[in-house]
Design a binder for this molecule. Structure first.
Ligand code: 4NP
Length: 160
C-alpha cells in the first residue's frame, strides 16, 4: 500500500479547534475503515501554547462525544516544517492566509467548512474567548463536514 496522506489540521493556538477537528475526523475515518489511508495531526500558526495540552473546554467536549484529547500536545506550523505535510485543513480564512504566506501551495489548503454547500466558505469561529456554547458549535461544524472532507482527502490522495 502506498504511503498515508499526511494531513495537518490548522488553527491559531492548537488547543481548541484543530485538536478537536483531528480527533473528530480521525474517528469518522476509523468508523469507515479509512484510517490506513491517512496520518492526521494538528498544529497552530501561533507559538503561545506549544507543548501544552488541549484547552480543558475542548478536552471535555471530546469526552462528551466519546473521544479523547488526553494525549494532545500543541505544536506550531512554521515555514520550516511545511514540507512534513501533504494537505492542510484550515479552520478559518486567517489560518488559510497564514499557511499560504508560509509557502504552502493554495491547492494544498482545504477549508474545514468547505462541505456545507455555501457559496462562500464560512470559518469555524475561534471559541477561545467565548463561552462553552462555542465548543459545541465547533463540534457540530466539524462533524457536519467530516464526511465531505474525507471524500475530498481520498480524491486528493488519488490525484497526487
Ligand atoms: P484555537 O483557539 O486557535 O482554536 O486553538 C485559540 C487558542 C488560544 C489563542 C487563540 C485562539 N490565544 O490567543 O492564546
Amino acid at each position: 500500500m502506498n504511503q498515508p496522506l499526511r494531513v495537518l489540521f490548522v488553527c491559531l493556538g492548537n488547543i481548541c479547534r484543530s485538536p478537536l477537528a483531528e480527533v473528530v475526523v480521525k474517528s469518522v475515518a476509523e468508523e469507515q475503515g479509512l484510517s490506513q489511508m491517512f496520518h492526521f495531526e494538528s498544529a497552530g500558526t501561533g507559538d503561545w501554547h506549544v507543548g501544552k495540552g488541549a484547552d480543558p473546554r475542548s478536552a471535555s467536549k471530546a469526552v462528551e462525544k466519546g473521544l479523547s484529547l488526553e494525549k494532545h500536545q500543541a505544536q506550531q506550523i512554521t515555514p520550516r516544517n511545511i514540507h512534513d505535510w501533504d494537505v492542510f485543513v484550515a479552520m478559518d480564512s486567517d489560518n488559510q492566509y497564514n499557511l499560504i504566506a508560509m509557502g504552502v501551495k493554495p491547492e494544498q489548503v482545504i477549508m474545514m467548512r468547505a462541505f456545507e454547500g455555501m457559496e462562500q466558505t464560512p470559518d469555524v469561529p475561534d471559541p477561545y474567548y467565548g463561552g462553552a456554547g462555542g465548543f459545541e458549535d465547533a463540534y457540530q461544524m466539524l462533524i457536519l463536514n467530516a464526511q465531505g472532507l474525507l471524500q475530498c482527502l481520498q480524491n486528493f490522495k488519488q490525484q497526487h
